[in-house]
Design a binder for this molecule. Sequence first.
Ligand code: RNT
Ligand code: ZN
Length: 419
Amino acid sequence: MTQRERYEDAKDRYAQVGIDTEAILSQIGKIPISLHCWQGDDVIGFDNDGGLTGGIQTTGNYPGKARTPEELFADMEKVLSLIPGTAKINVHANYAIFEEDGFVDRDKLEPRHFRKWVELAKKYNMGLDFNPTFFSHENAASGLTLSSPDEEIRQFWIAHGKACIRISQYFAQETGMPCVMNIWTGDGFKDIPADRMGPRMRYKDSIEQILSEPYDRSMVKPCIESKVFGIGVESYTVGSAEFALSFAATHEGCMPLMDNGHYHPTEVVSDKIPALLCFYPEFALHITRPVRWDSDHVVLFDDETKEMAKEIVRNDALERVYMALDYFDAGINRVSAWATGFRSWEKALLYAMCTPNKMLKELQDTNQFSKLMVMQEAAKMLPLEAVWDEYLAREGVVGDWEFYNEIEAYEKNVLLKRS
Ligand code: RNT
Ligand code: ZN
């Protein structure tokens, strides 16, 4: 049977349970998903030669890491050739590219330092998202940035945040697509604090100052990412979940961002998505795979990933939730990691769209819970592979079983030549 015939069969099977795979295939490829620039070089960037700080870590030492903007762009373009759908590029401020006129510190960054990112985006007709970088810097050495009691340090980081608003505005203007600007700091304490509120009040004031920088509200979308703990900040984080949600709820135009690695291990973001949908017109996600902690493993097509996608799809929220990937694995081929995570999230969206959500909801609302369980289990066995393969074929992207050949060839011809 050809791929096309397998798809035609699957299409009929799905039609029997009320699912129109043609409608789904015409929709899924248009959903923007933000591809993080930082999987390619273990979150190092181009503006420092120190290590990664801020309570986050990459582990592993797989060969072939991108060391320059040219190498990172080459790897990213390889990834773009291996993924279906619509990508945006998520740029971190430490990936500023200093050309002839040289280095400037984070508080002095300007749009021109990101000109090459704009060129890359335009080449593929992509949008850009942005992130100030409040880590891997000497002014972050005390562990506090926007919440620092040292006014000089705090003002440095506020100036960085404001510079990033201007860069986000530039991204939005140049690409014609909204730019999500995510504020995350690793601020916190390793051990029991003597003052929990003071740092939060300073953090609140700092974000307010950053957001006082003028920007076009419809094109620049600031958000605040919360976190429960980090390495070296086990006892307390300034930007806790309650802090971030409350800040966003009380500051018009600022969204919360939930990273599914940033909660206690038995909490699930799939359950938080519909809660936020009840109150926030829009919010953002970092999609990752926490293994026992915020380990940032590559996103897979696993149960919680599917559940998160289902909550977005069945609540008709694809246009209200800004989806971005956030993981970094240095222990395996980074291009493979990058593309696999993106493909997995696309699969999760496809799975969610190919689930008879309306029928299942009806069973819940009519109190038919035994039947609901049986039907939910049945829905899992619908022939998704054929629809996925058809999607990849229409997008001109390599199938799952051939995908690794591409990785192997790129590793041999490009990555292993870097030394
Ligand atoms: C860290 C946060 C944050 C970072 C990026 C690199 O725990 O998840 O989003 O991963 O800023
Ligand atoms: Zn994150």
